[in-house]
Write a protein that binds this ligand. Structure first.
Ligand code: SF4
Ligand code: SF4
Length: 426
């Protein structure tokens, strides 16, 4: 039994950083020699209608498993140089498609021909692999009665400025994206949520404006649901179950830009957080290896430095500079080995810091005992695992350096896998 819905959020203490009034422009990363596009599906050779050696154009769709199957959009013009399995976090298996870039860029015209009259089918067919990773599945799911779209102009972790940049510098594309979303989904209620200090002077873009508190994790979708939309997401449910789809400002800008130009955007904005903690905005072709980003920005890596994709509280470590910039890569953090806070095998000392800081008021000190022992079902039934909003604060404050958040993610993944297997068997 799940005991507690997502209610009674406590006051957090850490603040998001804001971009200054003068927006920093992203540094353009030169065209890489090879891009690698991660297709969110395992490699099954018989499903793949393209092969190594095939020529591809910028904006060309490469899909597997036929019409409606998973796809990527090529961010360069060149030749496919490799197709291989790619293993991500928690057993996630993708197909990595590497493309060697050619000298002369050619644009694929398939989307341009279909973009004249915007429809939900065209958006789902071509824009699911664009910067910001817009997802259209909930609008087509008869089990989800979507009534509101939230365009999100902040970032869910600290030190990331990617969506703030979109909201400050691409307001025209966002406005166009909002009108396209209204047209293709028929949904009239669109809310644009931006950090509270950015609200003054924010232009009208055909959406209801909400200012989000600067204290972490107020910008988390479930916090915005609770505080700004006055909708409580019960434990074990998500925002879409409550009829609300969240899309990042960058994703909505991508939709607006694509339908106004007939070209699918292929450059991702991300925030590079350097070893000294300074931030730099980057513009790179999707699929650019991280090593190219570091070389262009003067970042040198030494043995045992750590690379984190995503923010410092909720990101995941990566182990190779070949890791590519993805459609949802909002940040990469480079940590010097001297600054890495290591996890330990010390036991929980029941100090209660994690309980005090948890915005969902979960008894984390008890939860962690079940997670460490691998008793995931009891953790969910008795200690509110599914009320967790994945903010990472418990790990951040844990004096015993227990990787609480990583345990939580692993437990949710394992339970998800078990539930899926049971459903298949049934
Ligand atoms: S990550 Fe930790 S602090 Fe955040 S909601 Fe989950 S249990 Fe609470
Ligand atoms: S912060 Fe760490 S040591 Fe303290 S109660 Fe929570 S899990 Fe235990």
């Amino acid at each position: 039994m799940i005991k507690r819905p997502f209610i009674r959020l406590s006051k957090p203490r850490i603040q998001y950083a804001l971009l200054g009034v003068k927006v920093m422009e992203p540094q353009e990363i030169p065209l890489p020699g090879i891009v690698t596009l991660l297709l969110d599906s395992p490699l099954i050779r018989k499903d793949i209608p393209f092969k190594v050696g095939d020529a591809v154009k910028t904006g060309q769709k490469l899909s597997i498993a036929g019409e409606g199957g998973p796809y990527v959009i090529s961010s360069v013009t060149g030749t496919i140089s490799a197709i291989s399995p790619f293993y991500g976090d928690y057993g996630r298996v993708c197909t990595a498609i590497s493309i060697k870039t050619g000298r002369k860029e050619e644009l694929d015209k398939d989307f341009a021909a279909k973009s004249q009259g915007a429809t939900l089918d065209t958006a789902a067919e071509f824009l699911g692999f664009t910067p910001g990773a817009p997802c259209f599945a909930a609008f087509r799911d008869p089990d989800k009665a979507i009534h509101t779209i939230v365009v999100f102009g902040g970032n869910t972790d600290l030190m990331i400025a990617t969506n703030q940049y979109a909201i400050k510098s691409r307001i025209e594309d966002i406005g166009h994206g909002i009108s396209i979303l209204k047209q293709i989904t028929g949904i009239e209620k669109i809310v644009i949520a931006v950090p509270r200090d950015l609200v003054p002077g924010f232009g009208h873009v055909g959406a209801e404006l909400k200012g989000v508190d600067l204290s972490y994790p107020s910008a988390h979708p479930k916090m915005i649901m609770e505080r700004e939309l006055k909708l409580t997401v019960p434990a074990g449910k998500n925002c879409e179950d409550m009829g609300v789809v969240f899309m990042s400002a960058e994703a909505v800008a991508s939709i607006g830009k694509a339908f106004s130009t007939g070209e699918i955007p292929h450059k991702k904005i991300l925030t590079l957080v350097k070893k000294d903690g300074t931030q730099q905005l980057i513009s790179a072709r999707i699929g650019t290896p991280m090593g190219d980003v570091f070389s262009a920005c003067g970042v040198s890596l030494n043995e045992k430095d750590r690379l984190i994709i995503g923010g410092p509280l909720t990101g995941s470590s990566i182990y190779s500079e070949d890791y590519p910039v993805g459609i949802d890569t909002d940040a990469v953090v480079v940590q010097d080995k001297a600054d890495i806070s290591l996890v330990s095998d010390y036991p929980c000392i029941n100090c209660g810091e994690c309980v005090r800081i948890c915005p969902a008021k979960i008894p984390v000190n008890m939860l962690v005992r079940y997670l460490e022992a691998g008793h995931y079902e009891q953790a969910a039934d008795e200690y509110d695992l599914y009320s967790c909003i994945d903010c990472g604060l418990c790990s951040f404050v844990c004096v015993s350096k227990i990787p609480v958040f990583q345990y939580i993610r692993l437990a949710k993944h394992e339970l998800g896998r078990l539930n899926a297997a049971e459903a298949t068997n049934e």
